[in-house]
Design a protein around this ligand. Structure first.
Ligand code: CA
Length: 238
């Protein structure tokens, strides 16, 4: 039997958590509920979920703090985090993405919207497993081992940034608009704003360090990954 995707719901309000859990169960997911960061951590230590639904406002550690902690932890850093925020908390959303959330969903949300988002993050994870590696200059991305290195040094990179980099490297030298990147990286995802792309490009550049110059902002058009800046005349043969 196919293993049901496990969804860890971190939410202190039990009516909301129960509603989400019931809906997930009816739609082929295996929900697990944790009412705060501490019990969520215990769940994560026991079994890694396929997705984490993380409420922003929690007693004790906030969703933001938890997202940061789990992104920094080697064991949990690859698990997609969908943040639950209150309506209108615009700065929260950006802060959430900055902290390492892959996406956010605004309360109140419909079951259909939630399911679509969860399926989207799960689908987005799947193509990563394709066994191939891409090289641009000294930048090497290995999709099989999920590693990125620059001049032989491993770089620390989040899951969304990894997908973004993978796509940009596979289609190097081409300019991609924000809308195209949303479509390719975030999939059939109509809810995300184009600004999200900028947030992740910023984080990708930070992760790349000195290789950040490979990613160019093309004014009025979008982004491009180029190896051109790296091309130096070959040393003369002696
Ligand atoms: Ca709450």
């Amino acid at each position: 039997m196919r293993k049901l995707p496990r969804v860890l719901i971190v939410e202190d309000e039990s009516p909301i958590a129960e509603l989400i859990a019931v809906n997930l169960r009816h739609n082929g997911f295996a929900p697990v509920w944790a009412e705060d960061g501490e019990s969520a951590q215990r769940e994560l230590d026991a079994v890694l979920p396929d997705v984490i639904l993380l409420d922003w406002m929690l007693p004790g550690s906030s969703g933001l703090q938890l997202a940061r902690r789990w992104r920094a932890d080697a064991r949990t850093k690859g698990v997609p985090i969908l943040m639950l925020t209150a309506r209108g908390d615009e700065p929260d959303k950006v802060a959430g993405l900055d902290a390492g959330a892959d996406d956010y969903i605004t309360k109140p949300f419909s079951t259909q919207e939630l399911l679509a988002r969860i399926r989207a993050v799960l689908r987005r994870r799947a193509p990563e497993q394709v066994d191939d590696s891409v090289t641009v200059g000294a930048l090497v991305l290995d999709a099989a081992t999920h590693r990125v290195s620059w001049q032989g040094q491993l770089l620390k990179i989040g899951p969304t940034e990894f997908r973004l980099l993978h796509y940009l490297m596979k289609h190097a030298e081409r300019v991609h608009s924000r809308a195209q990147l949303l479509d390719k990286i975030w999939g059939d995802h109509v809810y995300i704003e184009e600004r999200t792309v900028d947030v992740h490009v910023k984080r990708l550049r930070e992760a790349l360090g000195e290789a950040a110059s490979l990613i160019e902002t093309v004014r009025g058009a979008g982004y491009r990954l180029t190896g051109q800046a790296l091309v130096k005349p070959a040393p003369a043969q002696s």
